[in-house]
Design a protein around this ligand. Structure first.
Ligand code: FE
Length: 181
């Protein structure tokens, strides 16, 4: 139990990043395509269509991830597919069912919103969220999102700073994907 509590505290600490308020007015970062990363060993197909992965009974710290899918010309991509998967609050993936797995589509302005929990780290990896993003009929981008200020980032060979979410509010990270469209 002690280690579980500690994990939760660490998860909560990850949600207090030092992000200046002017980050809100940062211009769009389209132009360059979002970097691709390995899908890792835990991807599963046929995930449920759902924007919320939250199990109402879970006491894990909640996290929202919001943003847009854009083309390299900064055009919002409507109906882009986003398929998210991540570890649970104990650093485990559900490889039998679909806990913390789900896909959704962007709205007419290219926006998405994922409601989930803060995933825990697991051995060898810093905290991260896996995602596949695909504009209709185009190539799939497979990548991972990271948490700014997480102590595990420096120890993870896959971590990339340009794949960090921005946190304007404590429990809401944002990330705009730029994909072939
Ligand atoms: Fe992973």
């Amino acid at each position: 139990m002690a280690s579980l509590t500690r994990r939760r505290l660490l998860a909560a600490a990850a949600l207090f990043p030092m992000v200046p308020a002017f980050a809100q007015t940062r211009p769009l970062t389209c132009g360059e395509l979002t970097a691709a990363q390995t899908e890792g060993p835990f991807f599963k197909t046929n995930t449920p269509l759902r924007a919320s992965l939250v199990d109402p009974g879970s006491k894990a710290a909640r996290l929202a991830v919001t943003g847009r899918v854009l083309s390299a010309r900064c055009t919002p991509v409507a109906n882009a597919l986003l398929d998210f998967w991540h570890a649970d609050e104990d650093g485990e993936y559900d490889n039998r069912g679909f806990r913390y797995r789900g896909h959704q589509f962007t709205d007419s302005e290219g926006r998405y919103r994922l409601a989930t929990i803060v995933p825990a780290e697991y051995p060898g990896r810093t905290r991260h969220i896996h995602v596949k993003v695909q504009a209709p009929g185009k190539r799939i981008l497979t990548t991972q999102l990271y948490f700014p200020g997480d102590p595990g980032n420096a120890r993870d060979g896959l971590y990339q700073r340009d794949l960090e979410m921005r946190f304007i509010e404590r429990a809401e990270g944002t990330f705009d994907f730029v994909v072939e469209a």
